[in-house]
Design a protein around this ligand. Sequence first.
Ligand code: AVJ
Ligand code: FE
Length: 444
Amino acid sequence: TEDGDPEALRTRVADLLAASRARSTALTDVVDESDLVAQHSPLMSPLVWDLAHIGSQEELWLVRDVGGREPLRPEIDGLYDAFQHSRASRVELPLLTPAEARTYVAEVRDKALDALGRSPLTGRRLERDGFAFGMIVQHEQQHDETMLATHQLRVGAPVLHAPAPPAGSPLPAREVFVPGGPFEMGTSVEPWALDNERPAHTVDVGAFWIDTAPVTNGAYAEFVDAGGYDDPRWWSDAGWRHRVGAGLAAPQYWERDPAGTWFRDRFGVLAPIVPDEPVVHVCFHEAAAYARWAGKRLPTEAEWEKAARHDPATGRTRRYPWGDDEPTAEHANLGQRHLQPAPVGAYPRGASPLGVHQLVGDVWEWLDTGFHPYPGYETFPYPEYSEVFFGGDYRMLRGGSFGTDPSALRSTFRNWDHPVRRQIFSGFRCARDASGRDAAERGA
Ligand code: AVJ
Ligand code: FE
């Protein structure tokens, strides 16, 4: 970190703003106008909406609030307010054209950089440690991941390309034992942590077993091929209703060829599923059904964070599974470096002290916990980020995916979505309770 050097912080913020804009530009320049304004799915906005919405949020916080400037285009505020228009209806709005949206975001960026030059990056909470800038970097990267999911829904010749991820390696065990006891969850010190990650607080978590790696395509295909989708025993009532109503039969984008081999469509490329890659594009209900079929359950959010951050040797909660250092390409599959989850065992350097792999990156992991504030939560800086979603029909997702940028992810970062959603890059791993004997044998 910059330890109070405002110039170093300014440079880092400017670099992160430039990187997020390069990503937004790449995601919107590789398709033509008709693709930018099209509705690729009622679950998603047209790409051109995301682009202008990115600019609109940046204008609101960095140009108007931090910069103290007049609105550039006050008449468009309502169009890009996510609460005024459902994703499905945005295609009908009189949106900025792609050319207008590009001009708009560039003008906003000029003024945001001017605000960055003038802000003391200290003083009031919004500007302290560059928080408002960090929030806007994360916001743009979040929408870039959303746009990547829209690309996955788009039909047509492939336009996105990336090198294959590193190869997998054998893992020493299928499950890891996590001893019971308290740990510190959440954070009070990460400068750019969002309101729902705060404050740090102690949570007592009983001993449990957690899968060493996310559930793979191969394991999930066994569940499908064993008739898992036809047996209500494995599904909750709500899950079964959704399974039947939506006609779910396999993960989204999977299809079987006449010989019975599973293929998946990924960014326009059809290929056989790879057995040792984490399964992706399953909803919470599918994840929970698989877990029950396997004789397990999904982890809770506290269990996931304890597995990811608790160091049993020191009792300390760390920033990442591998320690306190920022993620690199050796630690985790993040940042759209690859366009897919990496095979199990691809990131030995990213493992936790207890030997849990790939908690960060690859696929968002569904957890059996709803979205609630931590004790001591305070809304900051606006209720529409977190507060309005507390207690809704959501399940938590943790760890980020191959499409999540490291600047928008911490081990404390909390994501949530409806339990039926699966166009996101969502997978899971399983957990199970430890018996008294497990704990006694391990001296825990
Ligand atoms: C935190 C990922 C659920 O994308 O809906 C973007 C983030 N909030 N713009 C989302 C967000 C406002 C949000 N998630
Ligand atoms: Fe947004």
